[in-house]
Ligand binder design. Structure first.
Ligand code: IVH
Length: 688
């Protein structure tokens, strides 16, 4: 055997052993023998650099750390699932599916565990892994290709017959850490004097978001595939369960517990069974997922808002634990809301140690009759904030004391008032209150607002407490000295933070509006305002009537906006931001984030693989395009699906560009540049 054949042989062998170990969970080789094969391959490759390929198993770990992750627009949005908590909600789901499809009998579903990890998408071109990204906000994620390549369970190229590989394939699934690997990692962390991770999910998330892929490579991450986002140049199986089998044949790990079940009884039986086996599974799950098995029927049902109609997550009940309520304190939020928080004797629930739980508001405390000194039941589900569910009255000690809501803000001493129809008590101090100022700054810097990485609560806390920063504009005046003097701030992090602040100066109007933290103005309203008015000045000058012309803006939102804009100190803060060098496109550019697609004329014809006509039209219009019914010379694009007829022919005769759904989605996500669709447009591919 020549060196070249030996190299090919070793690569196949090592890939096979990785697959045996990480995918099939059935290793057939001793570690030492594996290492020997690996080193032999490394040696041969360095003797023959001309034979090196980036999908060789030796090329999983890159050597160069990144400065930051690049943003990636997903070709089809990565959606979330609606949740069902009880059998009746599952029954309602099954009924909706049957009604939607007009079927009387039992429906075939694919049932699978709901992995408690992080969603990622892996793009393969002609069978080779070219990109991997996190879910992000669903429209745009972070490019973590280098890190995902280090997971030995992720194939660098598809397995099986190369002639049957898709031209382009996006496999979606979850990155997680097995419980046993998590235990071992934490033991290692404490041996090295480092902080242990709270739970496998956090450990997985922290490990994947490392700028140095060598760190990720040292963490035991796993991947499980649960769906496909994009598939071009391939005929996929007709069912989701068939699709999962195909993914397994291409070399991807898929849940061994997946199963095709039939009708409501099949769904509930599966939930009960997996619930029983939950503690014995190698990974954490927080429920099971049901997906209509027939892919064509999935398309017929489509999506509502950001979740598919054809799938649902059936969650396990939230975990509960009993502990002592030591005290009740008040937290002041961004809008001044005073939230009572229970301070608890530490208790392990839902995968984390909980020491605080929300009591929501005064009325809830009364309703549950919670007193200081009580023994309480604490509940925590998934990522939701833990709450005090109820009191064990039979264990109430003598002298358990009732909590009295303060009448002044505990942070700034301003009056705390409860609005007429509100359950919330608010501090009236506005930005005079340091607690509100801190929250406002954190919101300003948050990822979907100005996206200033590194400006977390510890830093903001010190900046405000030491009177270094009062308003957002002050952030842009910070220097290295001020930052480097903060506790636990090394010069490198200080420099990184300054760079992040500098970078945030180039922003967009929707981001800036959202960042201002106007009450009742979320991301989606911010975007609508930007689109409607095109400039901040026009928003500042608008009256109620003009504001209410914006989609979804009613009297309450309009009033919040006017109140905010009427405050001289808010106007001053905006002026200061401009003076500090913040820039954002205004006018046409802000009004039509579609940029290149503004005014372009589209004609839809035939049946698209995942989008309904309505959804596709809406998405095109959302970025400023026009949808027309007939093809003419003025048509810019004809989007053709299955069984497209005369319009397609006409497009060809006239020489109009013909695109398919995948191309359309790419055009749309480019046009949206991560801004347009994240919480607005109807979703695309199934991802399920
Ligand atoms: S399908 C169209 N299947 O749950 C929806 N998701 O709430 C596509 N997840 O972000 C998702 N296990 O990260 C699907 N077997 C499974 C899953 C699963 C976990 C996560 C996924 C997604 C979230 C949706």
């Amino acid at each position: 055997m020549g060196d070249s054949e030996r190299i090919a042989f070793l690569r196949t062998e090592i890939d096979r052993h990785n697959h045996q170990y990480y995918v099939l969970d059935a290793p057939t080789i001793a570690d030492a023998d594996y290492d020997r094969l690996f080193r032999e391959l490394q040696a041969l490759e360095s003797a023959h650099p001309e034979l090196l390929r980036d999908d060789s198993p030796t090329q999983r770990v890159g050597a160069t750390p990144l400065a930051e992750f690049a943003a990636v627009a997903h070709a089809t949005p990565m959606l979330s699932l609606n949740n069902a908590f009880g059998d009746d909600e599952v029954a309602a789901f099954d009924r909706r599916v049957r009604e939607g499809l007009e079927i009387d009998g039992d429906i075939g579903y694919s049932a699978e565990p709901k992995f408690d990890g992080l969603a990622v998408g892996l793009v393969y071109e002609n069978g080779r892994l070219v990109r991997g990204a996190t879910r992000g906000d669903g429209a745009t994620g972070e490019d973590v290709t280098g890190n995902l390549r280090t997971l030995r369970g992720i194939p660098l190229h598809l397995h099986g017959d190369a002639t049957a590989w898709p031209a382009r394939l996006e496999v979606r699934g979850e990155v997680l850490m097995l419980r046993r690997d998590f235990e071992r990692l934490n033991a290692r962390q404490s041996d090295n004097g480092e902080k242990p991770f709270v739970n496998p999910r956090n450990a997985a998330a922290g490990s994947l978001r490392q700028l140095d892929p060598r760190v990720t490579a040292s963490r035991p991450l796993r991947f499980f595939a649960y769906g496909v986002g994009v598939a071009e140049g391939v005929v996929l199986p007709a069912t989701h369960s068939g699709l999962l089998d195909r993914l397994a044949a291409w070399g991807f790990p898929v849940a061994a517990e997946r199963r095709r079940v039939s009708g409501l009884a099949g769904l509930l039986g599966y939930h009960a069974e997996i619930g029983q086996r939950r503690a014995d599974l190698p990974y954490d799950i927080d429920g099971v997922v049901y997906k209509l098995d027939e892919l064509a029927a999935q398309q017929r049902l489509g999506f509502v808002s950001r979740a598919p109609r054809f799938a649902i997550a059936h969650k396990f009940p939230a975990e509960e634990a009993i502990t002592a309520l030591l005290d009740i304190t008040i937290q002041v939020g961004r809008t001044g809301a005073l939230t009572p928080v229970a301070r608890l004797a530490p208790v392990f629930v839902g995968g984390v140690t909980v020491t605080n739980a929300t009591l929501h508001n005064e009325d809830e405390i009364r309703r549950k009759d919670v007193r200081i000194g009580d023994t309480v039941v604490v509940r925590r589900a998934g990522d939701v904030i833990p709450e005090v569910a109820r009191v064990q009255l039979d264990r109430r000690p003598e002298g358990a004391s009732e909590f009295v809501m303060p009448t002044v803000c505990p942070v700034c001493g301003s009056q705390a008032v409860r609005g007429a129809d509100e359950s919330v008590v608010r501090c009236s101090g506005g930005l005079y209150c340091p607690a509100q100022r801190k929250q406002a700054l954190l919101h300003f810097a948050s990822r979907r607002a100005m996206d200033i990485e590194g400006l977390g609560d510890k830093v903001v806390e010190q900046l405000v407490d030491n009177a270094i920063v009062r308003t957002p504009a002050d952030l842009y005046r910070l220097g290295l000295l001020a930052l480097a003097n903060l506790e636990r701030m090394a010069e490198k992090s200080a420099n990184n933070l300054l760079a992040a602040i500098e970078k945030s100066k180039q922003t967009t109007l929707p981001r800036l509006i959202f960042a201002l933290g106007i009450r009742n103005v979320g991301e989606s309203t911010a975007r609508d305002l930007a689109r409607h008015f095109g400039s901040l000045e026009r928003i500042l000058a608008a009256d109620d009537e003009q504001l209410m012309q914006v989609p979804d803006v009613g009297p309450i939102v309009a009033q919040s906006i006017r109140q905010f804009c009427g405050e001289p100190h808010n106007r001053e803060a905006i002026a200061q931001l401009r003076a500090a060098g913040l820039v954002w496109p205004e006018g046409e550019a802000a009004r039509s984030p579609g940029g290149a697609l503004t005014g372009k004329v589209f004609v839809l014809t035939g049946t698209l693989p995942t989008l309904s006509r309505d959804t596709a039209s809406q998405m095109i219009q959302d970025v400023g395009g026009k949808v027309s019914a007939s093809v003419s010379k003025k048509t810019d694009f004809v989007v053709a699906g299955a069984e497209a007829g005369s319009k397609l022919e006409k497009a060809r005769t006239l020489g109009v560009t013909v695109i398919d759904e995948a191309r359309l989605l790419r055009l749309l996500s480019d046009a949206g540049s991560g801004e347009a669709e994240s919480d607005k447009a109807a979703p695309g591919g199934t991802g399920a």
